[in-house]
Design a protein around this ligand. Structure first.
Ligand code: PLP
Length: 430
């Protein structure tokens, strides 16, 4: 099909990027389990290597199954192109790589996936990059943190560990004024609930491991480009605006226009960093995306029921679900993610750390795992696991205090989830 802008989300999540296999007519996208592709002749090979013709060379760079997934996610996000990667964390490095040089920094929200705080707070220093973490509700603090060496601002739309919605319109007004790209991790929301590009995001990153695949089978990531940023407006982004020695002095922005960032991600990023998604993983994720809207609707419906029940329970101190009227972010849901506040939130258990540990052990339907966005309901006590490496101040800023449990609500029967929480809370607080 041709991907007209008139098609709705449910149609695009099944069809965008895919067409019957030209060789066999196979209706489902085949898993192109191949490393290399035969060149028509030597001239064809040379044109491909010079980026004069787009095609397949070697699966570290491009693969037809992965290409369908890239086009599907780019379409659902309203971007011009996308690059899939081996994991969400790989996608974050791939997103920053074209923008950064030693000595450059990013300004990031304090409310992020625990692994991202560690990646940005510690690991990227080895590349000579750094991150400044600030409260994204404090716009003056965000502005003040941006300096001459800042190359990106990074936040999550519905932020981990749940209950917080970033005011993307306000943040993108700040990044527009500063002339730097806004990168939004849209993993917890998915493009069904939130479309960050419509709120001013330059780039959208995903851990496709989570809701996009939706069944807990494969890790993956994706970087989507809005195609809207002017990389040549100043000399801050030489990888995109200046001659690239490894391609005979080609200038990506001048040559590829709005697709510059995507081409760079493949031709330099995947070629040299090799954080490639494999075609099997792309297949599982394509299968998952076909039902994304149906699943997200149920995740939201169940999360609303469970959050409301928990909020009324005397064994629970508080619930941080942005879909609850008591949430300070309830109004933001309507503008940023109008179809609902997602399936991820935290609640505080009376009895603190010990009660949380007992609760996690007593739950039967909820699995105790370091994952989210599965069809299955999942639970984790962040303070003793994913956010364990963080200081108490960082845990507090990230909403992962010792008395707080994070749940990822699945698409089971809500009544069963509530009954499971009921029995586990009794054991945890008796
Ligand atoms: C899981 C997750 C990541 C990291 O993704 P991986 O696929 O595990 O590498 C990044 N951001 C968010 C919001 C996540 O939930």
């Amino acid at each position: 099909m041709t991907d007209g802008p008139t098609y709705g989300f449910d149609t695009l999540q099944i069809h965008a990027g895919a067409r019957p296999d030209p060789a066999t007519g196979a209706r489902q996208t085949p898993i192109y389990q191949t490393t290399a592709y035969v060149f028509r002749d030597a001239e064809h090979a040379a044109a491909l290597f010079n980026l004069q013709e787009v095609g397949y060379i070697y699966s570290r760079l491009t693969n037809p199954t992965v290409a369908v997934l890239q086009e599907r996610i780019a379409t659902l996000e309203g971007g011009v192109g996308a690059v899939c990667c081996s994991s969400g964390h790989a996608a974050q490095i791939m997103a920053l790589f074209p923008l950064m040089q030693p000595g450059c920094n990013i300004v990031a929200s304090t409310r992020l996936y625990g692994g991202t705080i560690t990646q940005f707070g510690n690991t990227i220093k080895r590349f000579g990059w750094s991150a400044t973490f600030v409260d994204f509700d404090d716009l003056d603090a965000v502005k003040a943190a941006i300096d001459d060496n800042t190359r990106a601002v990074f936040c999550e739309s519905i932020a981990n560990p749940g209950g917080y919605i970033t005011d993307l319109d306000a943040i993108s007004a700040v990044t527009d004024e500063a002339g730097i790209p806004l990168i939004v991790d849209n993993t917890s929301a998915t493009p069904y609930l939130c479309r960050p590009i419509e709120h001013g995001a330059t780039l959208v990153v995903h851990s496709t491991t989570k809701y996009l695949t939706g069944n807990g089978t494969v890790t993956g990531g994706c970087v989507v480009d809005s195609g809207k940023f002017d990389w040549s407006a100043n000399d801050k982004f030489p990888s995109l605006s200046q001659p690239e020695p490894a391609y005979h002095g080609l200038k990506f922005h001048e040559t590829f226009g709005p697709l510059a960032y995507t081409f760079h991600g493949i031709a330099i990023g995947l070629r040299d960093l090799g954080m490639t998604m494999n075609p099997q993983a792309a297949h599982y994720t394509l299968m998952g995306i076909e039902t994304l809207s149906l699943r997200m609707e149920r995740h939201v419906e169940n999360a609303e029921k469970v959050a409301n029940w928990l909020e009324d329970d005397p064994r629970v101190d508080y619930v941080t679900y942005a879909g609850l009227e008591s949430s300070p972010y309830f109004d933001r849901v309507k503008s940023i993610c109008p179809k609902g506040a997602g399936g991820l939130f935290t609640f505080a258990v009376k009895g603190g750390y010990d009660a949380c540990i007992k609760l996690v052990d007593a739950l039967e339907i909820f699995s105790h795992v370091a994952n989210l966005g599965d069809t299955r309901s999942l639970v984790i006590h962040s303070a003793s696991t994913t956010h364990r490496q963080l200081t108490p101040e960082q845990q507090e800023a990230a909403g992962a205090q010792a008395n707080v449990v994070r749940i990822s609500i699945g698409i089971e029967n809500a009544e069963d989830l509530i009954a499971d929480l009921d029995q586990a809370l009794s054991k945890a607080t008796s």
